[in-house]
Design a binder for this molecule. Structure first.
Ligand code: NAD
Length: 273
C-alpha cells in the first residue's frame, strides 16, 4: 500500500509518487508538507522560484520523519544559470530548506536563449561530487538539450521532469529517456485539475469506484512515470496517495491512450526565457 521506488541511473532510489508545492504560499507550505508526510508521502518537489523553500523546510522539520527517509527535490531558477552561480544558488536553497543536502537538484528550464545550460550542468556535476545534491537532473529539457549536456560531460541526468498528463503523453520524450536511462517525472500530472471532468476519465473512475484524480495518477504509475500531484487540502492530499488498492485494465489504458492531444498547458521549453 505504498508507492514503489524508481531506481535512478546513478543508483539512487526515488519514490514514484511525491508531493508538489508550486503555488503554495510560503506560510502555507509548512502545513501542507507536514500533512503530506503525515499521509505517507516521502518525496517533496519544490523550487527556488516557488518562494516556499523556507516553509517546506519547516514542514519537513515538523513532520519528524528521519531525513534519510525523505527525498527532497529543488530546482535552479533561470537567472542563476552559469558556471558558478548554481553553486551559490543551491547553498541558498539549502539554507532556506534547513538541509545540508537535497536528494535531487534540477535545472528548472533549459532557457535556450541564454544558452548557459551546458555550463550549468557542469556545475551540477560538481554539486553531485560534493554531495550537496545526491542526484542531479533537469526539467523541461527537449531531446537536443539533453544530447548537448550528455555529449559535453558524459553525465546523463538522472531525471527529466516535464509536463506530462493524459492530454500530453510525451511519447517521443519517454522513448528518448528510455534509450538513455533517464527517469521521466510528470509535472502537472493532473493537468492542473483541468482533466478532472474529462468524460472518458470519469467513466473509468466510476467503473473502479475511484476518483478521476486517482485514475489519472494510477495511469502515471502504471506507465512507469514519477508523479508529483499538488493539493493543499488534506482530504485530497490523502486521496492522491490512496492508489494502491486498484489497477487499470487494458481497456482503461486504451481509453486513456486516446486522450493524447498535444495539450500543453505550460510554456514551450524551446521558447521560455
Ligand atoms: P497538478 O496537475 O498536480 O494539479 C493540481 C491541482 O489539481 C490542484 O491545485 C487542485 O486544484 C487540483 N487537485 C489536486 N488533487 C485533486 C483531487 N484529488 N481532486 C480534485 N482536484 C484536485 O498541478 P501542478 O501543481 O501544476 O503540478 C504538480 C507539481 O508539479 C507542482 O506542484 C510542482 O511541484 C511541479 N511542477 C513543475 C513544473 C516545472 O516546470 N518543473 C511546472 C509545473 C509544476
Amino acid at each position: 500500500s505504498h508507492p514503489a521506488n524508481i531506481k535512478l541511473n546513478d543508483g539512487a532510489a526515488m519514490p514514484q509518487l511525491g508531493f508538489g508545492v508550486w503555488q503554495v504560499p510560503d506560510d502555507q507550505a509548512g502545513t501542507a508538507v507536514k500533512t503530506a508526510i503525515g499521509a505517507g508521502y516521502r518525496s517533496i518537489d519544490t523550487a527556488a522560484i516557488y518562494g516556499n523553500e523556507s516553509g517546506v523546510g519547516q514542514g519537513i522539520k515538523a513532520a519528524g520523519v528521519a531525513r534519510s527517509e525523505l527525498f527532497i527535490t529543488t530546482k535552479l531558477w533561470n537567472d542563476r544559470q552559469g558556471a558558478t552561480e548554481p553553486l551559490k544558488a543551491l547553498d541558498e536553497s539549502l539554507k532556506r530548506l534547513q538541509l545540508d543536502y537535497v536528494d535531487l537538484y534540477l535545472i528548472h528550464w533549459p532557457a535556450p536563449k541564454q544558452d548557459r545550460f551546458v555550463e550549468s550542468w557542469k556545475a551540477l556535476v560538481t554539486l553531485k561530487k560534493e554531495g550537496r545534491a545526491r542526484s542531479i537532473g533537469v526539467s523541461n529539457f527537449q531531446a537536443p538539450h539533453l544530447s548537448r549536456i550528455i555529449d559535453a560531460t558524459g553525465v546523463t541526468p538522472a531525471v527529466n521532469q516535464i509536463e506530462l498528463h493524459p492530454r500530453l503523453q510525451q511519447k517521443a520524450m519517454r522513448e528518448f529517456h528510455a534509450r538513455h536511462g533517464i527517469a521521466t517525472e510528470s509535472w502537472s500530472p493532473l493537468g492542473q485539475g483541468k482533466l478532472l471532468d474529462d468524460p472518458a476519465l470519469t467513466a473509468v473512475a466510476k467503473k473502479h469506484r475511484k476518483t478521476t484524480a486517482q485514475v489519472i495518477l494510477r495511469w502515471h504509475l502504471e506507465n512507469g512515470l514519477i508523479a508529483i500531484p499538488k493539493s493543499t487540502h488534506e482530504p485530497r492530499i490523502r486521496e492522491n496517495f490512496a492508489l494502491f488498492d486498484f489497477k487499470l485494465d487494458s481497456s482503461d489504458l486504451a481509453q486513456i491512450a486516446k486522450l493524447d492531444a498535444n495539450g500543453r498547458i505550460g510554456p514551450d521549453p524551446d521558447r521560455f526565457s
